[in-house]
Design a protein around this ligand. Sequence first.
Ligand code: SF4
Length: 579
Amino acid sequence: MSTLIRINTKKKKIVSSDLPDDYAGLGGRALTSRVVRREVPPTCHPLSAQNKLVIAPGLLTGTTAANTGRLSVGGKSPLTGTIKESNAGGSFSQKLAKLDITGIIIEDKPEPGTPFQVLVIDKLGTRFDQMPELDGLGTYETSAKLFEKYGSKVGIMVIGPAGENTRLASSIQFTDPKGNPSRAAGRGGLGALMGSKKIKAIVVDAEGSKAPEPVDKEAFKAAAKRWAEILVKHPVTGQGLPSFGTSILINVINEAGTLPTKNFREGRFDKAAEIGGEKMVELINKRKGVAKEGCHAGCIIQCSQKYCDEKGEYLTSGFEYETVWAFGSNLLISNLDDIAQLDRLCDDLGLDTIETGTTIAMAMEAGIVPWGDGPGAIELLKRVYDPKDYLGAIIGNGTSFTAEAFGVDRVPVVKKQSLPAYDPRAAKGVGVTYATSPMGADHTAGYAICQNILKVGGDIDPLGKEGNVEVSKNLQIATAAVDATGFCLFVAFAVLDTDDALDTIAKLISSRYGIEFTADDIGKTGIEILKDEFSFNRDAGFTAVHDQLPDFFLNEFFPPHNQLWDFSVEEMQKAKVEI
Ligand code: SF4
């Protein structure tokens, strides 16, 4: 048995049932995108009663297989207007899996003026709770109060002031094993969707419950053992990420000349070494932080960390490459402590760090804050806490909105979602992904940096055209499938380089559920997910015209490679699965 919980936020009605046949066999992104495709009218307003917030652990979440604790959150994106799946770590997903919960669908919309609610899920069922004292609080204080009330072992999914005020760049935060709400379903403004349903937090208490055992225990055990070997043996998942976290990429991408600097003006930052992973680990060790942590139990890569301030006090964790870039070279800020404070503020406000970094770049373009001014950026961001602060409201609404507010025309977005930390002119495979993904600009939707720069899973010229559309398409399919399983996307480094990795994943799924599932079925899963997503977007009014990068990438040469973006919309259509 596996359970689907439907929660009507207007009628306060909660229905738990077996997963209906229509959704059988789906997990993670496969389930969230199928529910959104079937149940959400594509042209609805994302903050209306017709939109739904869908939450789903991956197919393998709750098992002993390494790195399978991820969660998918889906809906129609308030930021982009497209379908959205945002993926997060933290302890929440595994606790849902322990209760044998396959999905949660939050629907309808309370009357205006309705107070925020807390949803509590445990082995006895699901209920609404009132905690008006949480209104307006950041996610750190909210989580502390929820742990105090419900016990230290619960998992928490929470929005901050940004989500409460339905700001378009809002994230949903999740507590990690240490209780810090530092893991984010960041992209696409899903925090605003949760805020529109008047849900401040969801608490899951799985004490006394045990996730269902695999149907074929011995086969699962053998596959899980081989899976762990694959991850440990690969140099990226076994050494690079565990030693320096994802920020190891700062110096690598800078060296490759594709680290976007000063709002995508050039590909090298002269102070990259001051913000890179090596520097971060040096400071962590000096301040008695922790250089290596998992965002959920059973992660053996452990790219997260505990980053402390100069006094040795905890400041942030889940301090990732994308965040360091967004507030670092992108804004010409080279003080890692300032960047860490911006990360902490985003986690506490419940804001996507990538979107917020490029939003502050718009404010810098407009002269609101000088380039490179870390303390100025921090003060600007704090204004988002106040719901009545007009400047805070603009910043909380993301890059595209802020650019319009200030008349900025250098706006790095696709489908209103900001580009992440790789310039597409010097990494063209990932540029094709930015342009064509169903989610708007999103590196995780098809991470061709592997083949363009890192030379993992192939070697494709990042500056040429050949092979970059094909690699983006293949990665978009593979990524969608990974997001359905509950695997952390970073396993892809090892999967791309290991002959039996896909077979091993297939064995994990087939032995967990007692079904026939082959390596070919992984690709088929990815294609079905993308079909749901592209067809939703088509019916929401998106056409090929929306699949292009902003003008300045086509017209402005990018140093040091002096490249332009040179793919036409027509050429890139081949990167999308046909619907
Ligand atoms: S590798 Fe990093 S992101 Fe992935 S599960 Fe582990 S800590 Fe989380």
